[in-house]
Design a protein. Structure first.
Length: 173
């Protein structure tokens, strides 16, 4: 799990690069754009409110939050270190905010799998009930689907120049 979750916009505001009003306007634009909305950093950059260097600075702070949190999964910390290295070396391809979004999504999905697996153990002890059997099947389908989503995120990372991290689903049972 990722501990403190400061958003890029909030970090940019804390650093004094944007105002609360500017962030509010960018968030409103993002919400209005719907599902295919650009990332906040991209909106702010397009408006000329932040530079690439300022976005990198905010992104590295966000990655630092991930790395410093005792609640962060070892695997997610490894991805955060890779992402920070990618930014510091001026890696091309995937935007920094997109990398952070992928890290957050992987963390969420891994936690979801862990919860489902814990539920499976409990439900297996109560197998006599037909409703329990049905729940077991649904949970197994959710675990498989969530694992598939994590694998897709790994493929996205690799397609955008990030190195393969332990071959995909390492650490997920």
């Amino acid at each position: 799990m990722i501990g403190k979750k400061r958003r890029i916009g909030d970090i940019l505001m804390e650093l004094g690069h944007i105002t609360a009003a500017q962030l509010g306007e960018a968030v409103a634009e993002q919400k209005q754009a719907g599902e295919d909305a650009p990332l906040i950093g991209d909106i702010l950059k397009e408006r000329g409110l932040v530079t690439d260097k300022e976005l990198d600075e905010a992104f590295l702070i966000s990655l630092g939050d991930i790395l410093e949190s005792p609640d962060t999964d070892r695997f997610v910390k490894q991805l955060a270190r890779l992402s920070a290295s990618f930014v510091k070396t001026g890696g091309a391809g995937l935007s920094k905010e997109a990398l952070l979004a992928i890290l957050n999504r992987i963390d969420y999905l891994k936690n979801r799998i862990e919860r489902l697996q814990e539920s499976q153990i409990t439900l297996r002890r109560m197998r006599q009930n037909p409703l329990i059997e049905q729940q077991l099947v649904e949970n197994e389908e959710q675990v498989a689907e969530t694992a598939r989503k994590i694998q897709m995120l790994y493929e996205d990372l690799k397609a955008h120049g990030m190195p393969d991290v332990n071959g995909g689903l390492t650490g997920i049972h």
